[in-house]
Ligand binder design. Structure first.
Ligand code: NAD
Length: 373
């Protein structure tokens, strides 16, 4: 069985597997071919892949010769058509939000797995690209904010006077939010955070931040530890609380998301206008609608001295470690679908079934099946 690794599109600096992951895959009995230059932006050159035992090929060869392609971004439809008919395609293709691609894959009777669909269960944790990339996002969001702030993060007592620590407000304390808090704490800021899940409170307190309580949040055990949509009254109370805290904050990092839905709008336009000039908002939910009313996806805008950074593909800005984590997630997932060096799909396994977009002309993931009805 031959596994292909392609060079990602121009705006993507990560690669699905670095040479060390390729080496492990080869030790399992697979052959691996890598498109020339695939690892360049993640600082892995063709020679490093060759030393791991991979062949270096042109893109067209990788596409047409591989039995399995592991990537990150979705492939264009015309390239999917060039793959072997029974080859398996893996990537983070956003299948739930890309009906055109999903329908095409089903019509073409392709076998495709979309890594953002990995069930968020304890057993699947080591394969969960959303979590590993959220760690990258939270870390980079704080660094981005620190870089844009016209002030220090830590407190200083110097002969040239005292500097008070920066005040950071993190909205949403999931994987990304907790990493943003931890990074801001390491840099010496005073950090406040809140979330609608009570479980998040303990985690926030354990890393030394202060938790802001807003009473009356709705939680649902059936959501598997995730946030659910809140009532209009609660969201208004949250907005008012944020409005109050935002006026004292130097930085707001927003990460609030609800799986499969538009991100909740929590930072209103009036709040941005009430913030101090020089303060910074980093909106990690920009691609799913934004937590701030004025966020523009992939853009930084300035509203009366308040900068709002609508974060794009921030994981690509830490390409080496992000690719390393991605590769590890892939290897853990591939262990489930490769047996004795050959592809072996067991749809009795909830992780294999849940991650599969389609196989043999049939949608496999239940939400995908629902979407294409
Ligand atoms: P996410 O990216 O979907 O959401 C980010 C955060 O926003 C969450 O903490 C959520 O509660 C919060 N949020 C949503 N609406 C909000 C609102 N109106 N106001 C404030 N906050 C709001 O979530 P995530 O970070 O991927 O994960 C959330 C939880 O699930 C975490 O506890 C995480 O540890 C757990 N998790 C478990 C697994 C697993 O077991 N495999 C994998 C991933 C995450």
């Amino acid at each position: 069985m031959k596994v292909g690794i392609l060079k990602e599109p121009k705006d993507e600096a990560r690669v699905a597997m670095l040479p060390e992951a390729v080496k492990t895959l080869i030790s399992w009995g697979a052959e691996v071919c890598v498109e020339t230059g695939a690892g360049q932006t993640a600082y892995a050159d063709d020679d490093a892949y060759r030393s791991s035992g991979a062949e270096i090929k042109q893109r067209a060869e990788v596409l047409t010769e591989s039995d399995m392609i592991c990537g990150i971004q979705a492939l264009p439809l015309e390239e999917i058509s060039k793959m072997k008919p029974d080859a398996v395609l893996l990537g983070q293709m956003g299948a739930l939000f890309n009906p055109e691609l999903t329908k095409f894959l089903i019509e073409q009777k392709r076998t495709a797995f979309s890594m953002e669909l990995v069930p968020r269960t304890t057993r699947a944790q080591s394969m969960d690209v959303l979590s590993s990339m959220a760690t990258v996002l939270g870390y980079k969001a704080t660094l981005l904010a620190a870089n844009s702030l016209p002030r220090f993060f830590p407190m200083f007592m110097t002969a040239a006077g005292s500097i008070t620590p920066a005040r950071v407000l993190v909205i949403g304390a999931g994987v990304a939010g907790l990493q943003a808090i931890a990074t801001a704490k390491r840099l010496g800021a005073t950090v406040f955070a809140f979330d609608v899940r009570q479980a998040a409170k303990e985690e926030v307190l354990s890393i030394g931040a202060k938790f802001i309580d807003v009473a009356g949040a709705t939680e649902d055990k059936a959501a598997g530890g995730y946030a659910v949509e809140q009532s209009a009254e609660f969201i208004q109370r949250q907005k008012d609380t944020i409005h109050e805290h935002a006026q004292k904050a130097d930085i707001i990092i927003t990460t609030a998301q609800i799986p499969g839905r538009k991100a909740p709008l929590l930072v209103e336009e009036r709040t941005v206008h009430a913030m101090k000039a020089g303060s910074v908002i980093v909106d990690l939910a920009a691609s799913s609608g934004g937590n701030c009313a004025l966020t523009q996806p992939d853009q930084t805008i300035d509203i009366n001295g308040v900068r709002i950074i609508g974060v794009g593909n921030l994981a690509a800005e830490l390409p080496q470690d992000a690719s390393k984590m991605y590769g590890k997630n892939y290897l853990n997932f591939l262990k489930l679908i490769i047996k004795d060096g050959a592809i072996n799909l067991n749809f009795e396994d909830d992780i294999v079934l849940g991650t599969c977009v389609c196989h043999a002309g049939e949608a496999k993931n239940s939400r995908i099946a629902e979407m294409i009805k």
